[in-house]
Design a protein around this ligand. Structure first.
Ligand SMILES: [Zn+2]
Length: 254
């Protein structure tokens, strides 16, 4: 077969052939359609979801990429035009139905994670339930909360990027990663600084940003600073995140 591993770009016969050849694992990432500041499009988490899923699948081997789930849970971005959000119950129902479909086709391992942090809590609720529903299938996820920040520390130290610049939303990291994936999607004349405070969930400003909306701390929608973004560093980030993720998927217990 070809080297195509994205299910949505394959025919049913190619998927059948891949499964006959031992492709019994699928990676499923939950992204978003939400504002990403002035330089990045609303589909950023979706594109980065494909970049991560593709990188992780090729590192694990014999693994197919399911369509990235979106919209996700983006209520905290609704102040900004165009953002779409599901309700939590709808999101969980979509995850359930997609995984049910994959199980019915006979996949034995389904590795689930997110490219948008807002989806994390709902996945944490629905995945143990699915692990109980399908005891013969391994439902895997990244248990480690720092799956996305730990692996990139060496890169930011090497290049003199601060954690505040790297950011947690539409900052240097996501901008670099999207440049690496498809730079035609990036408005390179619109790089800006956004909120540069403490991004930790202990900071009352961040608590407010996540409950009432990001506009309470950032006018342009950025948490971080995209001005130092670089395409080659974006590739390094993606390699680091995918390498870490490929090694750290753990079975969800019901
Ligand atoms: Zn994002």
């Amino acid at each position: 077969m070809t080297n195509e591993i994205w299910m949505e770009r394959m025919t049913w016969q190619e998927i059948q052939q891949a499964m006959d050849d031992g492709y019994d694992t699928v990676i499923l990432i939950a992204g978003s359609i939400e504002q990403h500041g002035p330089a990045l499009p609303l589909g950023t988490d979706t594109y980065l979801g494909y970049a991560m899923a593709d990188g992780i699948a090729r590192k694990i081997g014999k693994t197919l990429v399911a369509p990235v789930i979106r919209p996700g849970l983006s209520e905290h971005h609704m102040h900004f035009k165009g953002t779409l959000t599901l309700t939590k119950e709808t999101f969980k129902a979509v995850v359930r139905d997609v995984i049910n479909s994959l199980v019915r086709h006979g996949f034995k391992r389904i590795a689930v994670t997110y490219s948008h942090g807002g989806n994390e809590a709902a996945l944490d609720e629905v995945l143990p339930e699915l692990a109980r529903t399908y005891p013969d299938v391994d439902i895997l996820t990244l248990i480690d909360e720092d799956a996305f920040s730990d692996p990139v520390q060496d890169i930011i130290r090497r290049d003199g990027i601060t954690s505040e610049q790297m950011g947690v939303h539409a900052g240097e990291m996501e901008t670099s990663m999207l440049l690496a994936w498809d730079e035609t999607l990036v408005r390179k004349d619109k790089f800006e600084q956004g909120f540069m405070g403490d991004f930790g969930h202990d900071n009352p400003q961040m608590v407010r940003a996540l409950s009432e909306g990001l506009h309470t701390v950032t006018n342009n929608g950025i948490l971080g600073d995209s001005r130092k973004a670089s395409k080659s560093r974006g590739q390094d980030y993606n390699d680091a995140v995918c390498g870490f993720a490929a090694k750290h998927f753990k079975k969800v217990t019901g």
